[in-house]
Design a binder for this molecule. Structure first.
Ligand SMILES: Cc1cc2nc3c(=O)[nH]c(=O)nc-3n(C[C@H](O)[C@H](O)[C@H](O)COP(=O)(O)OP(=O)(O)OC[C@H]3O[C@@H](n4cnc5c(N)ncnc54)[C@H](O)[C@@H]3O)c2cc1C
Length: 364
């Protein structure tokens, strides 16, 4: 019989990923506040490199590849890893997997919006208490920060035009006039691929901008002029440490700083965060939701400043990165599992002057 209570706010990646451990914590009753009816709308893909912390997501993944390419106007680097393939999972598949792990007797799902007043959380007129509160509501984004913003869709072609063995992680052969811009292409088959136009900048662009970039890219590099579109997706991810600290309420997911500021990747970090919380709850240790190392956050700050001030060197930064490390090292770097040696290899492969200038700006 559960005597303690855990309240989880939100019905997205972090909330469900955490709640799925309910069977390992039989002493707790779980209440999940989902805001609205949990239904399969706005499905999209989460990409990640396979590591032990996301093994269950790998088991449920939609597609995985051992190769990924970084392309600029004068270089093409293909990185490979057998151990850490690049994978994507559909959002709804992951949420359904987590949902299937919830035990009816132990978990209550409420389709209710939680309100905040003076750092307290309310379900209608009732103040949320419980032994622990984990809050995954999207945070308010500070103004004037670098954002990762993207739009795209699944392209279905009549002909076999895509190389289905290699993900195009970044192709910079697109309009660089508005900030760092690249095409992300996931080939699900030789005829079908998710294609996204992605920007790292402070200002969002009109829908037309992303669409035009995709059409131009497909025409120029795949000679593709007519195709059908499905699974439209768009997103805005803060490239900033938005972790909100609260004494009584533990923030998780994007709200809890799980997004890696320099890349916008969050799925793997959310899995690390909820595993860490699960272990702390089991052992009765103090809850600590910090997931990125101090050195990673510091290097990310420098990187973000460089991209903000010198977006024109972004293609060089990423092609240097791809030239100087191997696939396993890149997978570890992108997933926050990088060792000291690889970190230094990356630092030394970067264009010196902008990074040194940014280093001193951040220090002083
Ligand atoms: C389109 C898109 C693609 C992405 N692709 C990738 C990727 O490929 N790889 C990667 O690593 N990361 C990716 N990300 C980033 C990140 O993984 C996701 O944003 C992830 O969903 C963050 O999880 P979360 O739980 O913090 O937020 P969410 O999944 O957004 O969940 C927040 C939840 O809070 C609920 N909520 C809001 N207000 C209230 C309220 N008042 N009361 C109760 N509930 C409330 C919402 O309904 C929602 O269910 C992507 C993001 C987007 C938007």
């Amino acid at each position: 019989m559960s005597s303690k209570e855990i309240n989880i706010i939100g019905g997205g990646c972090a909330a469900f990923s955490l709640a799925r451990f309910n069977n390992l914590l039989p002493q707790y009753k779980f209440n999940l506040f989902l805001k609205e009816q949990h239904q399969p709308i706005n499905d999209h893909y989460w990409g990640f490199w396979k590591f032990k912390e996301n093994q269950e997501a790998y088991d449920n993944s939609y597609c995985s590849w051992n190769n990924w390419a970084i392309i600029t106007s004068n270089s093409k680097n293909i990185l490979s890893s057998k151990k850490h393939p690049y994978c994507v999972i559909k959002r709804q598949k992951w949420l359904n997997f987590c949902l299937s792990k919830l035990q009816n007797k132990q978990v209550n799902l409420f389709n209710r919006k939680i309100l905040e007043d003076n750092e307290e959380l309310f379900d209608g007129n009732y103040k949320l208490n419980g032994d622990y509160i984990f809050d995954s509501r999207p945070p308010k984004m500070p103004s004037n920060i670098l954002l990762q913003h993207f739009e795209g869709y699944v392209v279905n072609s009549k002909d076999e035009i895509f190389d289905d063995k290699t993900v195009i992680l970044m192709d910079f052969r697109c309009d660089q006039s508005k900030g760092m811009h690249f095409i992300y292409l996931l080939p699900f088959s030789k005829k079908t691929a998710l294609v996204e136009s992605t920007m790292f900048s402070k200002h969002l662009e009109s829908n037309n901008f992303y669409d035009k970039a995709i059409l131009k890219y497909l025409k120029k590099y795949y000679n593709l002029k007519s195709f059908t579109k499905s699974n439209h997706e768009k997103g805005i991810i803060p490239m900033h440490d938005v972790s909100l600290m609260s004494k009584k309420i533990f923030n998780i997911g994007t709200r809890g700083g799980a997004v890696r500021p320099s890349t916008g990747y969050a799925f793997t970090f959310i899995q690390k965060q909820v595993l860490q919380i699960k272990d702390q709850l089991i052992s009765g240790k103090k809850i600590n939701t910090n997931i990125h190392s101090k050195i990673d956050l510091f290097l990310d700050k420098i990187f973000i400043r460089v991209i903000d001030k010198y977006p024109e060197i972004a293609p060089t930064i990423f092609s240097n990165l791809a030239k100087n490390i191997n696939g396993d090292e890149m997978a570890r770097f992108m997933s926050g599992n990088c060792d000291f040696k690889t970190n230094w290899k990356i630092v030394f492969s970067m264009p010196k002057i902008p990074f040194i200038k940014s280093f001193f700006k951040i220090i002083f």
